[in-house]
Design a protein around this ligand. Structure first.
Ligand SMILES: Nc1nc2c(ncn2[C@@H]2O[C@H](COP(=O)(O)OP(=O)(O)OP(=O)(O)O)[C@@H](O)[C@H]2O)c(=O)[nH]1
Length: 522
């Protein structure tokens, strides 16, 4: 009410209030508000000294009324705030209730009725409430409610499922209740709110399912999956890492999450610079990182890892999140290495094959040209190898070839290359030889070594060989020419009776005796 009766309570000043106590009126001051009972009717007005500007008017019973603007504003504000509160509760899906402990009956707001889907006629007893709870939660909620009401606790806070009376749909509510106590200290009632949280629960459930799905997949993927935060000041930490970490790094993910530096200590010494430089480069550029490097696990295992990582877009000078995966590629690297080895080596003896030899020769000739050095190419062919095969069989022949290879490798330096280019044909590259004498000495050493008896697959086998020798740059300035001249020299050695070394013309008249003389002189 923002109207009051003229001559009664309208325009009350302190004096008017005193007059109002007269006759059949009873007045009570509540701050600036005064409640008046006049002829059995209760009315409220503001006690104010200001006069009204609107003209008074008379009602049907002949009573005169004045407008009081302050009262009008207060009532309007109350209505407004009441409306706002109701609207807020409706939007937030919050209903309220009061449960009387003695009668175990409750009163509810309109919003609470909407949440439960009940109408005015619904029996609002304690059992009536429990009947609205989902059967799977009803016992727990019933027990809890009774406990609270028996005064064992002072508040009630539960999330539980309900079955809406109106349509039988299952929903979720958050129920908060506070107990109020009477003067005797006993629980008098429970007042509280019920919020419909079905939507939130649905989202939580979806989120939970999606997280579970991700976790399942993360544990299936044969890779370390991670999230890594890099702060502008350079500090960093892993915020997520799946359990594959233990398998790949030999360290628990929790350990890495607690201290990202632990990962750094595992990086192979020879790869540290590469990893650091690449990491810095990608951090600065904000581009994805793709990297392969080695680690040594705490168990001493050497592993190859492949890392791919991408930053999420962030504003400058804010922490950047990098998400990525790490795969153990040790096996792949070993296979690659094997394939590479097979492509460049002879499968029987393990020596370089023709392709690798050509590469090395090319390389040696280039550096020899640059440094003004000499290199030598030797062609070697076993003498009468066919009869060995014929006499002892191919297995013995194979074993002999392997032994021959070993002995040849033993006669040269690590920087030299011995290759098998045919059945019983070999070539040797000597890098940085001082000259013909030195090259002849090595050739003679090989010839003499192979002359010694072999034990091949349990058989004692004797064999010899012929060697043809050509030197860079005196006998040829490219690989082809050197090969041709070395082959010519080898051919002459065969023709001259086998088991001998021949140097490219004009030093064609070479013999083991001469070679021995060369070795002893030089
Ligand atoms: N056991 C074995 N034998 C092979 C292999 N490759 C080629 N051969 C054999 O090696 C022999 C090579 O013989 P030749 O080069 O013709 O002649 P040789 O008996 O060495 O006679 P000269 O070279 O004239 O002294 C052939 O019988 C081939 O079958 C191999 O991988 N293993």
């Amino acid at each position: 009410m923002w109207l009051h009766e003229a001559g009664g309570v309208t325009g009350f000043s302190g004096v008017a209030a005193g007059q109002a106590q007269a006759a059949n009126r009873q007045s009570t001051h509540i701050g600036d508000l005064m409640q008046t009972t006049h002829r059995g009717r209760k009315t409220s007005c503001l006690v104010t000294g200001t006069s009204t500007s609107l003209p008074p008017f008379r009602n049907g019973a002949g009573h005169m009324f004045h407008y009081d603007h302050r009262l009008m504003n207060a009532e309007e504000m109350f209505k407004k705030s009441n409306f706002l509160l109701k609207e807020s509760l409706r939007i937030a899906c919050i209903g309220s209730y009061k449960l009387d402990v003695r009668s175990l009956l409750w009163k509810s707001s309109e919003e609470l009725d909407n949440i439960f889907g009940i109408d005015k006629g619904y029996v609002r007893s304690l059992q009536g409430w429990i009947d609205l709870v989902h059967p799977q939660d009803a016992e727990m909620i019933g027990q809890s409610l009774r406990k609270k009401l028996l005064g064992q606790r002072t508040s009630f806070n539960h999330e539980y499922r309900i079955v809406r009376k109106s349509n039988g749909e299952t929903g979720w509510v958050r129920h908060i209740g506070e107990l109020t106590h009477g003067r005797n200290g006993k629980v008098a009632s429970m007042v509280g709110t019920v919020q419909d949280i079905t939507e939130r629960k649905r989202n939580e459930n979806l989120l939970k399912k999606s997280r579970q799905r991700f976790e399942r997949m993360a544990e299936t993927v044969p890779a370390v999956l991670y999230d890594y935060v890099l702060n502008p000041d350079g500090t960093n930490r892993f915020t997520y890492m799946n359990r594959r970490c233990k398998e790949i790094y030999g360290v628990d993910a929790e350990e890495i999450i607690a201290d990202s530096g632990k990962l750094w200590t595992l990086v192979h010494d020879d790869d540290r610079c590469l990893v650091r430089d690449e990491d810095n480069r990608c951090n600065k550029a904000g581009t994805g990182l793709i990297l392969e490097h080695r680690i040594i696990t705490p168990q001493g295992e050497l592993k190859w890892l492949h890392i791919e990582s991408r930053p999420s877009p962030t504003a400058p000078e804010t922490p950047a999140t990098w998400s990525g995966f790490i795969v153990d590629i040790t096996e792949r690297k070993a296979t690659e290495e094997k394939i590479r080895h097979m492509a460049h080596h002879d499968s029987l003896t393990g020596l370089a094959n023709r392709a690798l030899f050509s590469d090395r020769l090319q390389n040696a000739l280039s550096s020899a040209e640059r440094d003004g050095c000499s290199s030598a190419l030797m062609a070697l062919d076993l003498d009468l190898f066919k009869p060995v095969n014929d006499q002892f069989g191919h297995l013995v022949g194979d074993a002999l070839l392997k032994e021959v290879a070993q002995r040849m490798v033993g006669c040269v330096r690590d920087s030299d290359t011995v290759a098998r280019i045919g059945g019983d044909e070999f070539v040797v590259l000597l890098r940085n030889v001082a000259g013909e004498k030195e090259a002849l000495a090595v050739a003679e050493k090989i010839r003499a070594t192979l002359e010694q008896p072999f034990i091949a697959a349990g058989h004692t086998v004797r064999i010899s060989c012929c060697l043809g020798l050509a030197l860079y740059p005196v006998h040829g300035e490219d690989g082809l020419a050197l090969h041709r001249h070395a082959d010519d020299a080898l051919y002459r050695a065969k023709k001259d009776g086998r088991n001998r070394v021949r140097l490219c013309e004009p030093l064609a008249n070479y013999s083991p005796a001469l070679a021995r003389a060369v070795i002893s002189s030089g």
